[in-house]
Design a binder for this molecule. Sequence first.
Ligand code: XMP
Length: 526
Amino acid sequence: MTIKKIYEDSILILDFGSQYTQLIARRIRELNVYCKLCTWDVSENQIKQIKPKGIILSGSPESVINLNGIDVQKYIFSLGLPILGICYGMQIMAVQLGGKVESSEIRELGHTQLKIINKCILVDNIHDTINTTGTSFLQVWMSHGDKVTVMPTGFFNVASTQNCPFAIIANEEKNFYGVQFHPEVTHTPQGLSILKRFVFDICGCKTQWKSDNIIKNTIKDIRKIVGNDKVILGLSGGVDSSVAAIILHRAIGKRLICVFVDNGLLRLNEAQQVMNIFSNGFDLNIVHISAQDRFLKLLAGKIDPEIKRKIIGCEFIEIFNETANKLSDVKWLAQGTIYPDIIESAGKDTSKTHLIKSHHNVGGLPNKMQLGLIEPLKELFKDEVHKIGLELGLPCEILYRHPFPGPGLGVRIVGEVKKEYCDLLRAADAIFIEELCKAGLYNKVSQAFAIFLPIRSVGIMGDTRKYDRVVSLRAIETIDFMTAKWAHLPYDFLELVSNRIINEVNGISRVVYDISSKPPATIEWE
Ligand code: XMP
């Protein structure tokens, strides 16, 4: 099988379950080099198809000492490819090649200084400091309990820390390297330089993975797969479906039919905004379905969040199906699936349960429909989708908008969903977001929104006593949305937003601010 130019220079990352594995992949992609992430038990055949120029073994929550069966497939050491083992990846490589790993009395966690004791290509001329005798030091981030105590034959020791005698080991003849620290995290200041050294100087990769190449390649692929057929896409206005829509439109023009469903659970003026940008601005072929009543009718009286989610999800599929059936010649369903969705749902198939992360948006449409599936963004991380979106001319208001859950206000109204509640919440939420933008705070927080609470509270407006609704404001800071800190918004700012909401939204008499972090609280209230 011939490999396309854009994938020719690639690195294979074997995932042993570390929380940092995706970060390794993102770092390599930042270097404009394609990399593929596979679970540790990848087959030789898969590797032959990928044709990587080098392999990185990730860290793991497992311990090499427990003989857990999560190891490097033997053929990997005989492929003649450079290998870089990180943390567990270094330990498992050391053990499998004849070295020894033992448990440390002291778990090394956090910043550590590492001293270079022998010259090695992996770190040659890379350092944070040099002392007067010419010895180089690196600041690195460690997170390990076990450590290598005997190196395998053919390896030499490159660096050590106070607690870890073998912090970097190397077999330069075979191009096998192991680092006990994590070069992929920003706490290791020279981490990217070390990865660069491995990817470019040791593996010999070139930089093919660039936005313009990715766009060209994706458009070519879409045209080849789709031919003269029509494609249907559910456009939500979120980043992924928007970028997918624009790239498909570039490839096949009006043969792309986007379906935008207004479920009545969207933010203020969201439907008009999406239609303006995509239909008027980009000339996309969009079928706009107003289905507010259908959704609200089904949600009446329902208070369980999971039931509400199911109702909203199923009705969306129903409407999407009805629309697709009315259109002639549609052969393909496009989805804005991105690479982390694929990695995370692949994790579900493995027997090692801690490799699993759940994801909200995988599954649903394709099984129900007799259409071929096309996923133009399935190789891309979120930051790459943003870069490509920018290159394709998508406005920042779409690209850098905070994430919005598929079930929309349906899970931001605690308990029963009614149109009246949606309207109140939309108005409060719009004021909060408007003020965040004005104060230059919108891009400083990762997600911000208002929540409608199913209670009433007493207030006084002029001389009149009110018994009205309560909304909570929530703003969080996060990198990956798996954990999050509540944002410390200034009191003056919160006061301004609260005053505006109570004065301007008739029906809301009280505003509270959510100061819960995740875990244990989730980001959404339901
Ligand atoms: P949680 O509430 O799980 O949220 O801490 C993490 C991120 O996921 C979003 N979220 C959803 N997205 N369908 C979605 O498409 C959902 O049902 C859903 N629930 C939560 C949430 O907004 C946050 O960004």
